[in-house]
Design a protein. Structure first.
Length: 141
């Protein structure tokens, strides 16, 4: 069920043998993300549960279960910014009902992130996924 963008990331991670190379790639993915306008770095868009500062701004097109989910995001930590880019590839462009069906833990495990992130970063990823799912559920009704 993963998007083509996420599959590209998964293929690249499969190709890279060394975790240092994977971390470098993760950082590069984060650098490619457009910056979040400072006007959106507000408490309402900040994700609680992350050791780093993380903001996610939902951009919903349409209404109800078929509304299309997109988001912008940013973090003050480069690896976390890369994790936001991975989640963007995983979720952006899906209907909100499809967002709710994504097994993020399984998809991220394909990248090995479940075994190679610190507990703080893992908690942060879970917090971001939960925020995304909450927004999708609210839109879906």
């Amino acid at each position: 069920m993963a998007s083509a963008a996420f599959e590209d990331i998964a293929e690249t991670f499969d190709f890279l043998d060394d975790w240092e190379d994977r971390y470098r790639h993760l950082i590069e993915l984060g650098k490619e993300m457009p910056p979040l306008d400072g006007a959106f770095k507000v408490p309402a868009l900040k994700v609680d549960g992350c050791a780093s500062q993380v903001w996610l701004r939902p951009l919903i097109e349409g209404t109800g279960r078929s509304a299309i989910f997109r988001f912008e995001g940013e973090s003050d930590a480069m690896i976390v910014r890369g994790l936001i880019a991975v989640l963007h590839a995983l979720y952006s462009g899906l209907s909100v009902s499809a967002v709710l069906r994504v097994d993020a833990a399984a998809e991220l495990a394909r990248l090995g992130l479940d075994q190679h992130l610190s507990s703080q970063r893992s908690n942060g990823v879970r917090a971001m996924v939960e925020r995304i799912r909450t927004i999708a559920a609210e839109v879906a009704g």
